[in-house]
Design a protein around this ligand. Structure first.
Ligand code: ARG
Length: 427
């Protein structure tokens, strides 16, 4: 017998149950669902809508289910469609008809919205925690490598020498912005939709603020129709997660390049690499490759969520059940990627010698030479031209700027003196 079976004359088609059900994935929300129900029933008791005994019995029943959910002892069934009805069914089986009073003044529409707010709130806090950890290892590495010089690149061509610390701190700045974005979105996540009912509230004299306070929300939704149909906070979450993945993917790409024999700037620890089934010499950077690769699925979930919402009439529509699998997958992808990135960066070895060689033996000092000429009074555009010619000369002669004799320098610009060697050296 379905919990909503009253107005039906026949069972659902045998394929409908499977197609319609969300329990296979929304059981991820079991804890949030029970916490929300406990707050709801506590309020129903406090407002005199349920007697203190009834409220007490239901809360006890829910707490016992929560403990068993946590230890993995509860089995859910597809027959009861989703996590909300599964838990209500288990409760009623265990404590009897009083369990049927749990859903007084509530709909699954505000209930599922509540569960999602609680879930995204928890994951937002977890992501900030992981991002702070990642920033910490980047800061540690930066601190160890204040004097490690490497070429900075534009167009992936050597541009100007930079400190490795400078390079790593660029990522810290990106992750700082991500943390800011998560904090800002928290304002919209940490609002309580419960009390909106199915769409138009409830006839019972409930106390929405009491529920919100009990669950640690900063406020309640203003409009009940918005409360049950709003998934903007999920779009924001996916979009912030997408940007975090962009940053992780760019970092991963650099680690992959730097770990190649061509660059040879870093060595990733063996614990974060894998071998080849055929080529015995291989040590592959699978983890950063996977982080880079998984970025696509996170973008995909953002696009799916936007598409689900587009042109959806108010208020709740079953389409919204499609909001969950992508969300859970994004959370798993982000927490997995961040959790691995932290120890992988911590354990990587930096080849300072190779970085320095590449910074020295190249033309990364060309801008310094141009600036030197500007300091001697030459207009920058002319200095640029002169140094460009000098570089071309070096390429033809198979030399670097530091190899040139003073007379070679002077044949391009008479202003150049002995002090040039200091100016174009790395230090
Ligand atoms: N399983 C549903 C979901 O995830 C819960 C809400 C169902 N509400 C309804 N009126 N059918 O969206």
């Amino acid at each position: 017998m379905k919990l909503w079976g009253g107005r039906f004359t026949k069972p659902t088609h045998r394929w409908v149950e499977e197609f319609n059900a969300s329990i296979s994935f929304d059981q991820e929300l079991a804890e949030e669902d029970i916490q929300g129900s406990i707050a709801h029933v506590t309020m129903l008791g406090a407002c005199g809508i349920l007697s203190p005994e009834e409220a007490g019995q239901i809360i006890k029943g829910l707490e016992s289910i929560l403990a068993r959910v946590r230890s993995g002892e509860v089995a859910f069934s597809v027959e009861h469609e989703d996590i909300h009805m599964n838990i209500e069914k288990i409760l009623t089986d265990e404590i009897g008809p009083v369990g049927g009073k749990l859903h007084t003044g509530r709909s699954r529409n505000d209930q599922v919205a509540l569960d999602l707010h609680l879930y995204v709130r928890k994951q937002t806090i977890e992501l900030v925690r992981l991002l702070v950890q990642l920033e910490q290892v980047l800061l540690e590495k930066a601190e160890q490598h204040i004097d490690t010089i490497l070429p900075g690149y534009t167009h992936l061509q050597r541009a100007q020498p930079v400190r490795l610390a400078h390079h790593l701190l660029a990522y810290v700045s990106m992750f700082e912005r991500d943390i800011d974005r998560l904090k800002d979105s928290f304002k919209r996540v940490n609002l309580c939709p419960l009390g909106a009912g199915a769409i138009a509230g409830t006839t019972f004299p409930i106390d929405r603020k009491m529920v919100a306070n009990q669950l640690g929300f900063d406020g309640i939704y203003d409009n009940s129709m918005d409360a049950v149909s709003d998934r903007d906070f999920l779009v924001e979450f996916h979009s912030i997660c997408s940007l975090i993945m962009v940053h992780l993917s760019r970092l991963s790409e650099e680690l992959i390049l730097w770990a190649s024999e061509e660059f040879n700037y870093i060595a990733l620890d063996d614990a974060f690499c894998t071998g080849s089934s055929m080529m015995p010499q291989k040590k592959n950077p699978d983890i950063p490759e996977l982080v880079r690769g998984k970025t696509g699925r996170v973008f995909g979930h953002l696009m799916a969520m936007l598409t689900t919402l587009k042109a959806l009439p108010l208020t709740y529509n079953k389409d919204l059940q499609e909001d969950k699998e992508g969300l859970f997958d994004t959370v798993r992808t982000l927490t997995g990627s961040l959790s691995l990135m932290v120890p992988m960066i911590q354990s990587m070895k930096v080849n300072q010698k190779k970085m320095r060689e590449n910074a020295e033996f190249g033309f990364a000092n060309a801008t310094d030479l141009a600036d030197y000429l500007v300091n001697k009074g030459m207009p920058f555009r002319q200095a640029h031209e002169v140094v460009g010619k000098l570089v071309l000369y070096c390429i033809r002669e198979d030399k670097y700027l530091t190899d040139l004799s003073l007379s070679e320098f002077r044949s391009f610009a008479g202003q150049i003196n002995e002090d040039i060697y200091d100016k174009i050296a790395l230090e």
